[in-house]
Design a protein. Structure first.
Length: 147
């Protein structure tokens, strides 16, 4: 079974109140594929993890849209916030995140990667990315297109 399917199943179990089973499935996924894919995340059914999601780490307060592709060794984090304050990362539809990229919002902030954007290998994202934008390096936009 592919890591995406295990992740989506753990999410379904978590939402159905089977939290221990969801955590156990997360542990199996981590053991087999060396990743950290939380059942608390909100993920579209067609997410694709390149290279079996090897080394991918996702924060539980992440929302991933339709048609998103995530390469290996990607980290999507989120800082803690005050109780009741929304925060996290929103990856909109059709985004591609290449190998080794790090998405790290500021403490207590929500970071949005716009629809159809491309995040280059080893890029570090700390600010919102406009839809249709290609980003490489540390928040360096190399091309922006209307989507």
């Amino acid at each position: 079974m592919k890591p995406e399917r295990l992740w989506l199943l753990s999410i379904r179990l978590h939402r159905s109140g089977w939290r221990r089973s969801a955590r156990a499935l997360k542990a199996v996924n981590a053991l087999i594929y060396s990743n950290a894919l939380p059942p608390e995340a909100t993920v579209a059914d067609d997410v694709r993890l390149w290279h079996n999601g090897l080394g991918v780490v996702i924060h539980p307060d992440t929302t991933i849209g339709r048609g998103v592709q995530i390469a290996h060794q990607v980290t999507i984090g989120a800082g803690s916030s005050a109780i009741g304050t929304p925060f996290g990362v929103i990856v909109e539809d059709g985004v591609i995140i290449a190998t080794g990229a790090v998405v790290a919002p500021k403490h207590g902030a929500t970071l949005i990667i716009g629809a159809g954007s491309k995040v280059g290998a080893n890029a570090v994202i700390t600010k919102d990315v406009a839809p249709g934008t290609t980003v490489v390096g540390a928040d360096r936009v190399v091309r922006s297109e209307a989507v």
